[in-house]
Unconditional design. Structure first.
Length: 442
């Protein structure tokens, strides 16, 4: 869906999406016509590593993969002058349901990602970098490899880039489609050839990451914002957004919306205004998942006073997450909606931590029973209690991400779940949980 260039008399930002609608924008020749690699020269190499990190700090750029951690601060954790090399790893393992912004970035403008990696590599002293791509994204992998070939041929990668004395090699690594590898230490384990399971922290990747060396893991969108900041400065980047959530962001919107797609908008835009920009909601709005399937759901009433930034969503006990926005209308069966989300998390749990492995499986099975008309008294409360128990009892943030949709859907739409249970004439009878779904636990 073509993006509007203006909204209510104001130009919309094009920091990340400048080539989304440009024919052959993925090729070096066309990308250079639109400013690609303009930073590879004095704009970059006249800055020291310290100056680069301070620039990113001043810009307020925050991680766009989900957590929203300040990017410059994350870079500053990397030790300097050590015996081990520093690695940069791009997390392109986009797997959050409803999220499809990164795959569009890699399809439409792979050279901006490469340029951002060169900028970041210079700031951190990186000589070897990796792009870890979700295994199913074969077209994106092909496009990245083609763009890398062009960048090497043009002298933007390899030895002595732009006569600066700086050298960088970038490799594309294909994952195997496991959602858990979106977690940075699970990704690193997979990159090293091990099972993609998260590691205990500390040590954090900045100290001991890939190959036991200092490693920075950043999302595709995060790194693609860096060249704009290097070229135009922190103040220019802060012309959009809010004080604590500056800049623009890509949002994937799908669901009950008239014009689904990927939109770049300033942070701080109201959700209802965003829906209007996207052609309006189909039917009467009931609620919305504001930042990917793990983000707690918001009701239509809550959305009236919620803006698309980290602080506003935190005040509503939700999160911006991966930027996947999914509005749904009053015709939506929220019980089946949650059932789909819960099944995803039960399937994608790596199984390393018992509370997550067992808890997500039980929630999945009980929801199946409720939807199948076999619910019993107390099932709704049991689901909520299970989510409360596994929320913060595991190595990584997968379990909280699996718990939050369960907790929020049941809290805000409990009557609909109870209505499902009441459809079973024998719902008050005690039933063994193992009878709720035939077959093995998994």
């Amino acid at each position: 869906m073509p993006q509007p260039t203006h909204w209510k008399g104001k130009a919309l930002p094009r920091v990340l999406s400048r080539l989304f609608e440009v024919k052959d924008g993925h090729t070096l020749a066309v990308a250079k016509q639109h400013g690609a690699y303009a930073t590879i020269g004095p704009a970059l190499f006249d800055k020291s590593q310290f100056e680069m990190i301070e620039l990113i700090k001043d810009s307020g750029l925050r991680g766009r993969g989900g957590a929203g951690f300040p990017t410059g601060m994350k870079w500053s954790f990397v030790p300097r002058g050590g015996a081990k090399p520093v690695y940069l790893v791009i997390n392109a393992d986009e797997g959050e349901p409803g999220t499809f912004k990164d795959r569009l970035c890699m399809t439409k403008d792979p050279h901006l990602l490469i340029e951002g990696m060169i900028n970041t590599g210079w700031a951190l002293g990186v000589r070897t970098a990796y792009i870890y791509v979700r295994g199913e994204m074969l077209p994106q992998i092909a496009r990245l490899n083609a763009a890398l070939k062009e960048a090497y041929a043009a002298g933007y990668l390899g030895e002595n880039i732009g006569g600066s004395g700086y050298s960088l090699d970038i490799y594309v690594h294909r994952g195997a489609g496991a959602y858990i590898c979106g977690e940075e230490t699970g990704l690193i384990n997979s990159l090293e050839g091990f099972k993609g399971q998260p590691r205990l922290k500390p040590p954090f990747p900045a100290i001991s990451g890939a190959f036991a060396a200092p490693t920075v893991v950043n999302n595709v969108e995060t790194i693609m914002a860096v060249p704009y900041i290097v070229q135009n400065g922190a103040k220019a980047y802060r012309q959009w957004g809010t004080d604590k959530s500056p800049g623009s962001k890509l949002f994937s919107i799908s669901g009950d919306i008239n014009k689904p797609g990927v939109y770049e908008v300033p942070l701080g835009l109201g959700y209802l205004e965003f829906f209007e920009l996207c052609g309006g909601v189909k039917g009467e709005l009931l609620g919305c998942i504001p930042g990917g399937s793990s983000a707690p759901v918001l009701t239509a009433e809550e959305l009236k006073t919620t803006t698309m930034d980290y602080e506003s969503l935190a005040s509503k006990k939700s999160m911006l997450g991966s930027g996947a926005v999914t509005p749904f209308n009053t015709n939506t069966d929220v019980v089946k909606y949650l059932q789909t989300i819960a099944r995803f998390y039960a399937h994608e749990s790596c199984g390393q931590c018992t509370p997550c492995r067992e808890g997500t499986g039980y929630v999945d099975r009980i929801l199946d029973a409720i939807v199948d008309g076999k619910g019993r008294d107390g099932d709704v409360e049991t689901i909520k209690d299970l989510a409360d128990r596994y929320e913060w009892t595991t190595i990584c943030a997968f379990a909280p991400g699996a718990a939050w949709p369960v907790q929020s859907f049941i809290t805000k739409f409990k009557d609909r779940f109870v209505e499902y249970v009441n459809r079973n004439p024998a719902h008050a009878e005690a039933k063994d949980l193992t009878t709720h779904r035939p077959g093995a636990f998994w």
